[in-house]
Ligand binder design. Sequence first.
Ligand SMILES: Cc1cc2nc3c(=O)[nH]c(=O)nc-3n(C[C@H](O)[C@H](O)[C@H](O)COP(=O)(O)O)c2cc1C
Length: 337
Amino acid sequence: MPGMAMANQDAPAARTAAGSGPLGLSFCGLPFASPIVLLSGCVGFGEEYTRIEGFANSDAGAIVLKGTTGKARLGNPPHRVFETPAGMLNAIGLQNPGVEQVVEHILPQLDFSETRFIANVCGSTLEEYVEVTRRFDQSPIDAIEINISCPNIKEGGVAFGNYPQMSAQVVAACRRVTTKPLITKLSPNQTDIRDNARRCIEAGSDALAVINTIMGMAIDVVTRRPVIGNVQGGLSGPAIKPIALLKVHQVYEVARPHGVPIIGQGGIASAHDALEFIIAGATAVGVGTALFYDPMVCKRINEGVADYLRAQGLENVTQLIGTLRTTNETQDCAVSG
Ligand SMILES: Cc1cc2nc3c(=O)[nH]c(=O)nc-3n(C[C@H](O)[C@H](O)[C@H](O)COP(=O)(O)O)c2cc1C
């Protein structure tokens, strides 16, 4: 149930050291040194950027590992990524070595004193989600994020996350097999994200990640073929930021009364972007696509947010969460033209 999660009881002392200063915060009981979360699929298994001079995992409050399934997956045929105006399409197909390999061989190599590590759980069936969650529950991972955007093979391949009922089933089943903080990553590809958020909270989600990518496509007009091998792909980057911001604002209405924190994400590439998401209601802010073209973006976001807090006379970033000033109730179908 919400609030059931506890920070890992066996956590080394180093893990509880972070979480102070203007940027420090507690997320589901986990100390984050910064509100920045490096997003799943954009940082491999936590080691990807550590080879770049000047980059430090400690610049992020947490790092979400690549989506992990029960068995190893080779992923989709090429092309898997394609640059679009102000964003990128991807259809990687959840390439990963499988949960056993991640727990046995990758997690022991991560430095848990630098930041928090969050697993990203994927599955083609309810049973697979449960199996992967249970395996991570027995590992040193700090928290578990469920990627409910995966296709449900028993229901003709529709994404679990596009239907509130199916989303809630996944959350409830995973909740039963872990006491670690459980984060549900909501899909924007649905009619009413608030309904989905509400159902996931009732099913036991401790936190929500808002949003995953938005489905899109690109066509090669010479060959008249889709550019992406999988035909469609997830759009990310600055192109989706206004959509993501509205979804965070909407989900915050539902999550706030339950004290359920949000990791806002979708096109964040600057301190200004991060501040917008926090004001809309995000406790933490995810950075994904921006890392591909600016690996040092986290340092600048941390500095920019700290400068803003100082200028506004705020002692800690949490004082800014959900401080949006609105004069009117949000209209569901606001007239755009
Ligand atoms: C190349 C790539 C791979 C991704 N892989 C995953 C994944 O395995 N699991 C997941 O939940 N999200 C995945 N995502 C979605 C991101 O974690 C993030 O939610 C999304 O890209 C929006 O943030 P951004 O605009 O900052 O990239 C992936 C995104 C990209 C660009």
